[in-house]
Design a binder for this molecule. Structure first.
Ligand code: OGA
Ligand code: MN
Length: 212
């Protein structure tokens, strides 16, 4: 891949201000086009067997799971060059946000997600207060030429409310960030194959940290 053009300091300022002011930020574009393209190629070329039906927390009940979410996921790993490029970008992002907001973000995990036609993810939060160290959610969308009637919109709700405050089409290159514990959200039923990368910045969990 050609050299990356990194997000500018002004872009990070804008994101940090939005997180501090309202808790979320929707950017039509964040990463360089060549990285978005490489990630799209990668996710489209993954085989069906590479994906796992996503689960919901500790819930083992397939029926319940099926009623809540229908996406398939696959974790990004450092041993793949393209995954690593994205994870490196998110490491830079993490440091840029920590410098501005002192959030103490410690690490990041991310998976590719595929919503086949008919798939959705009902209203949920990514982290429950005190139960998880996930603090900041990111979603990068990898769908060229998405149309309103393709569905699959991300709906973001006001904290503790049924009011939708943001409707996001999963357009190619669009990048969304929100506080994981604050914002219930859902993925409306998608009528087309829908590809994205969902990720979470986490705080250091002393119970999971290796003993040194
Ligand atoms: C999730 C999620 C949103 C999206 O994976 O937890 O809410 O728009 N994804 O893909
Ligand atoms: Mn979510």
């Amino acid at each position: 891949m050609k050299a990356l053009v990194h997000p500018t300091e002004a872009t990070y300022d804008h994101i940090a201000d939005a997180i501090a002011d309202k808790g979320y930020c929707v950017l039509p574009q964040l990463l360089p086009a060549n990285l978005n393209n490489a990630l799209q190629q990668r996710v489209m070329n993954l085989d069906d067997e590479d994906f796992r039906r996503a689960g919901i927390g500790r819930e083992q009940d397939f029926q319940l799971n099926n009623a809540i979410r229908r996406d398939e996921t696959r974790w990004l790993t450092l041993d793949n060059k393209i995954d690593k490029t994205y994870l490196d970008q998110m490491a830079e992002f993490r440091l840029a946000i920590n410098r501005r907001l002192f959030m103490g973000l410690f690490d990041y995990e991310a998976h590719y997600a595929h919503y086949a036609p008919g798939a959705f993810y009902k209203k949920h939060v990514d982290a429950f207060k005190g139960e998880s160290n996930r603090v900041l959610t990111t979603v990068l969308y990898l769908n060229p030429e998405w149309r309103e009637e393709d569905g699959g919109q991300l709906l973001i709700y006001a904290p503790g409310s049924d009011a939708v405050i943001e409707t996001v089409n999963p357009n190619f290159g669009c990048f969304v960030i929100f506080l994981s514990e604050q914002f219930p959200h859902e993925v409306a039923k998608s009528y087309r194959d829908r590809y994205s990368i969902a990720g979470w910045f986490r705080l250091l969990d002393p119970l999971q940290a290796p003993l040194i």
